[in-house]
Write a protein that binds this ligand. Structure first.
Ligand SMILES: [Zn+2]
Ligand SMILES: [Zn+2]
Length: 351
């Protein structure tokens, strides 16, 4: 099938300069596939790139934006054996090289030459061969495209939970209740943890409660929710595990003060460039704290994320609040900059 011609795509040119343009439908190489995008979800990372006009690792501008997608394969390169035209798929936004130091140590999220792919806010997207080979999955018939597209951000959350070692009976405190924080709440709950959720808005706390959080703490500007976390834990010890899902130095400090002696903090939210945070070394040393961070996902986590969605343990609709046609993309992003506390919007390029 030949599909050359033009398509509509959201192209980011610089800081807050997102334009809908007619560009060429991407040409594919022998190992690539071309996908008709059926759903692309908005994401905090895209919003960050939109606001800052750059991202060190993921994208070089000008470039088509968007990376959480599901769709139909409409063309396959002549060397592709694992997929066929007509397959419903979800393709991750990256693939590791499988050869470097980190890949050999099974730390594929840290691959020295992680290949990123962007351009999901478009009618079509090229999936490069490397992603076709190790990070593209068939979507089960009963899973909707919008639901399948959640696999990428959910994979980041699963990677974070793996790194942190959450298990049954643990108390897990999640700071920040955007879509990522809320996914942490839900999956920690599925893993059998007792969840304490800290958020700024009542609406977010209501969502966390709906997803299974047992204790809800409203964080007010300038206040420290640590005392409340301690009051909600056995013996006032603090939380076994704290996940920071805000990406601010203030929240990083709160995470360290809310964790119990011997506990683990995961600084999941990336702070603005060149941010410094000071910690009391005595607190970290004498309390034997484990402080760590998790970046991105691996193919294993993307596969597990899709399985979790297919099993219906986690409902993607809890993290997606709206849908919009591609022609409304710019307005959707403008709204995201002015209204925080929102969930994801599913962009539907075929409508
Ligand atoms: Zn994302
Ligand atoms: Zn590698």
């Amino acid at each position: 099938m030949r599909l050359r011609g033009e398509m509509l795509a959201g192209v980011l040119h610089g800081k807050e300069e997102l334009r809908l343009e007619r560009i060429a439908v991407p040409a594919i190489g022998p190992a690539d596939v071309l996908v008709r995008v059926r759903a692309a979800l908005t994401c905090g990372t895209d919003l960050k790139v939109y606001r800052r006009g750059h991202h060190a690792r993921m994208i070089t501008l000008p470039a088509p934006l968007g990376h959480e997608l599901a769709g139909d394969i409409v063309e396959v390169g002549q060397a592709v054996r694992s997929f066929r035209v007509g397959d419903r798929i979800v393709a991750a936004n990256s693939a590791p090289c499988l050869r470097c130091f980190f890949c050999r140590r099974d730390e594929k999220n840290l691959c020295e030459s992680l290949l990123f792919n962007n351009g999901a806010y478009a009618e079509f997207i090229r999936i490069p061969g490397r992603i076709v080979e190790c990070n593209t999955y068939r979507v089960p018939d009963h899973v909707d495209y919008r639901e399948a597209a959640l696999a990428e951000p959910l994979a980041c959350v699963l990677n974070g939970l793996d790194d942190t070692g959450v298990g049954p009976g643990d108390t897990v405190t999640v700071i920040g209740l955007g879509p990522i924080g809320l996914m942490f709440v839900r999956v920690a709950k599925i893993l059998g943890a007792r969840v304490i959720a800290i958020g700024r808005r009542q609406m977010q706390l209501d969502r966390a409660e709906h997803l299974g959080a047992e204790a809800l703490i409203e964080s007010r500007r300038g206040s420290d929710p640590t005392d409340e976390v301690r009051r909600s834990t056995d013996g006032g010890r603090g939380s076994d595990i704290v996940i920071e899902a805000v990406g601010s130095p203030h929240a990083w400090r709160q995470a360290v003060s809310a964790v119990r002696t011997g506990g683990t903090v995961n600084f999941f939210g990336g702070c603005p460039k060149q941010t410094l945070v000071c910690f009391d070394t005595g607190r970290i040393h004498y309390s034997s704290l484990t402080l760590r961070s998790t970046f991105h996902h691996t193919p294993k986590h993307v596969r597990e994320a899709l399985e979790l969605i297919a099993r219906d343990d986690l409902h993607p609709a809890d993290f997606i609040e709206a849908q919009a046609p591609l022609r409304d993309l710019v307005a959707v992003f403008q709204r995201m900059t002015t209204q925080s506390g929102r969930l994801k919007t599913a962009i539907l390029p075929q409508e």
